[in-house]
Design a protein around this ligand. Structure first.
Ligand code: TXA
Ligand code: MG
Length: 322
């Protein structure tokens, strides 16, 4: 299959209506989309990503009204969060309606619904009048793509068309929120910070992002991993341990002086967590193309988007320990 990159919404819509896959831009990361009500299209998504079938997909919809098309009960708290953050980097875990194929939810009676904040994808959703099932458009376990070129590099030949909507403005996947016993459960740290949710929610909040027994199977630890082993911690001490290796250093705002053959990547010289989030996945991908022996990463401040960035770096690290 030839893979083309472009901005032709009518072409993208036509492919999706035929059951083919299209990579779509969102504000978080690019998604690998198929008609969420077409089982065969959804199966194609799992195959193209080589993703295990037990790991369910998010359904993307055009607006808040459509949440009720696919979920049976929508708690008041969900509307409250949707009013505040949707369209945006937040996903709601709700009881599914039977119209949602089991293959989308991997057999679960819960469905993950999200209204993405990207003008092209919102227009596409309105054109096709269907929900789009879309995981991040990367091979299973690898770093999520934040440009159309990233998608092309890793899924060329596996997707018919890549809609190019420019670089993603958030750069981290959505925050996944569930509703339980009148409270909120955060299942994945993401583009909406916990502090922001706290400001809006009028109920208790539990954070449940464990990687050993995740409610969202995508929280398995072997995620977001670059090819080179990654170690997180104090850079000066880690450097001593790994002296002599060809290494890349990822830091928040401090520039580490680098005697060759070290490469140094600063996520945000100004110390801005949003900028750091936007740069993270591109930096991980560029490091992979350098062929380093090892990646050393600083822990970012555990506030705002810093938590989600630390979560991704931590998961990238764990893979190489087991
Ligand atoms: O920002 C995002 O959320 C991006 C863009 C493309 O929307 N999508 C994304 O999808 O990150 P994916 O498939 O890479 O991650 C979705 C996560 C996985 O951890 C999956 O296990 C969880 O959502 N998930 C999806 N449906 C679920 C369900 N019914 N129950 C529990 N977890 C679910
Ligand atoms: Mg993913």
């Amino acid at each position: 299959m030839d893979t083309h990159i472009g901005q032709d919404l009518a072409h993208a819509a036509e492919l999706l209506l035929k059951g083919e896959l299209v990579a779509i831009p969102t504000e978080t990361v690019y998604g690998l989309a198929g008609n969420g009500l077409d089982e065969e299209a959804v199966l194609r998504i799992y195959d193209a990503k080589q993703r295990p079938r037990f790991n369910p997909l998010i359904l993307h919809v055009a607006d808040m009204k459509q949440l009720a098309d696919f979920a049976t009960e929508i708690p008041e708290q969900c509307y409250r969060l949707a009013e505040a953050f949707s369209p945006g980097p937040i996903t709601f875990l709700l009881q599914k309606k039977s119209i949602v194929p089991d293959i989308v939810t991997a057999g679960s009676d819960m469905v993950a619904l999200r209204i993405p904040d990207h003008p092209m994808t919102l227009q596409l959703l309105r054109m096709i009048q269907l929900p789009l099932a879309a995981p991040s458009a990367n091979p299973f376990g690898y770093v999520s793509p934040v440009t159309a070129q990233h998608v092309f590099q890793s899924l060329q030949g596996r997707v018919a068309y890549i809609l190019d909507g420019g670089p993603c403005s958030v750069g981290l996947e959505s925050t996944i929120v569930g509703f339980q016993d009148g409270g909120l459960v955060i299942h994945r740290m993401g583009g909406i910070a916990v502090e922001e949710i706290k400001r809006v929610a009028a109920c208790p909040i539990i954070i449940n992002v464990s990687s050993s027994r995740p409610v969202t199977p995508g929280q398995l630890s072997s995620h977001y991993a670059p090819h080179a082993p990654l170690w997180m911690g104090d850079i000066d001490s880690l450097r001593q341990v790994h002296v002599g290796k060809k290494m890349a250093i990822i830091s928040f705002s401090r520039k580490y002086r680098n005697p060759e053959p070290t490469y140094s990547f600063v996520l945000s010289p100004e110390g801005d967590l949003h900028e750091a989030a936007r740069n993270l996945f591109s930096v991980l991908r560029s490091i992979d193309s350098l062929g380093v022996d090892i990646i050393l990463a600083e822990r970012l401040p555990e506030v705002g988007l810093g938590r989600a960035i630390n979560d991704r770096l931590h998961r990238a690290q764990v893979l190489h320990k087991i």
